[in-house]
Design a protein around this ligand. Structure first.
Ligand code: GSH
Length: 309
């Protein structure tokens, strides 16, 4: 097995659709990785020293480099393991655009259907946590009252997927699985598993076969790791050198200045550190933590706000 500094570690929990997207992308790459199961609600005491406040799921760790958000994880996987690609040459922009639609619009509609349908049985701590986490966007009572609309939206979007597969292609962008397949799969996996009685997939044989095809690729080779050991790996490793193809200057946030990064949709907990690098796709900040030591925390640029601290 590779040395600790180069091992992939995924911080995740079984039920998370974005974690399933990441697990399947690891399977696509056919790599070995270490699995750290994190709590699904706050507090997440062993994750915070790594991310500095970002609490969403999943997070990938490679030594002392921490990758927040599944889009950032995908780019890093392609950089380290180019074959088979997630972003195919010529498809990069198209796949990112379709992926962003699935990660935001489709995901939140499916959350509305799944949580609204199960509103009466969702544990109270999860209800409260998600309401707070999303500034009221994830509101189970509202979802429950709005089921007819939410289901109609999901059905309508499911047919977009069915039609995308109309010509008998194996995957959404052609005959090879790409980034967008994993983005769309996450919410549909949640819907199929957690709202099975709703018959949302009626008349969608191609979509169901596509889901089975993707699932059969598996999750690569995970091996359990404790969160305490993941922290030790970060502490005992130096963050990797970074070179960016299109480095940028952002007003008031020069290299080495203190900055704050936060998601712009929900789970907006700010992360503060020193700016290491920024380009059109990536923000990297350096933090120093009493437990994890020096870490570089990576975010996508799209969907994140970067401001002087
Ligand atoms: N844009 C993020 C979204 C991640 C996300 O929303 N994850 C959900 C779980 S599927 C989450 O963080 N829920 C709250 C939590 O796990 O604490 C990504 O692509 O990774």
């Amino acid at each position: 097995m590779a040395d600790a500094a180069s091992q992939l570690i995924l911080h995740h929990y079984p039920n998370s659709p974005f974690a399933e997207k990441a697990r399947l992308m690891l399977g696509h790459k056919g790599v070995a990785w270490r699995s750290v199961i994190i709590p699904r609600v706050m507090p997440k005491p062993d994750l915070m020293p790594l991310t500095g406040g970002y609490r969403k799921t999943p997070v990938m760790q490679i030594g002392a480099d921490i990758f927040c958000d599944s889009a950032c994880i995908a780019r890093e996987l392609d950089r380290r393991f180019p074959s088979p690609p997630l972003f195919t040459s010529g498809g990069r922009g198209r796949l990112a655009i379709m992926g962003a639609w699935a990660d935001s619009k489709l995901f939140l509609e499916v959350v509305g259907v799944v949580f609204g349908t199960n509103a009466d049985t969702v544990p109270e701590d999860l209800k409260i946590d998600r309401h707070r986490f999303s500034d009221g966007l994830i509101d189970l009572d509202r979802f429950k009252a709005d089921q007819a609309y939410l289901r109609s939206q999901v059905r309508s979007h499911l047919f977009w997927i069915e039609h995308a597969l109309d010509d008998g292609r194996m995957f959404i962008d052609g005959d090879r699985a790409t980034y967008v397949d994993f983005c769309v799969y996450g919410p549909l996996w949640m819907l199929r598993n957690r709202a099975a009685d709703l018959a949302m997939f009626v008349d969608m044989p191609r979509t169901l076969a596509w889901m089975d095809r993707l699932a059969s690729r598996g999750h690569g080779t995970p091996e359990d790791l404790s969160s305490a050991d993941a922290l030790l790996i970060a502490r005992d490793t130096e963050p990797a050198e970074i070179t960016l193809a299109h480095a940028e200057e952002v007003a008031g946030t020069g290299h080495g200045r203190r900055v704050t990064v936060s998601a712009d949709d929900y789970g907006k907990d700010p992360v503060t550190g020193y700016l290491v690098a920024v380009d059109a796709q990536r923000i990297v900040i350096r933090r120093s933590d009493p437990v994890a030591g020096a870490v570089n925390v990576h975010f996508p640029r799209a969907g994140f706000r970067l401001v002087p601290a």
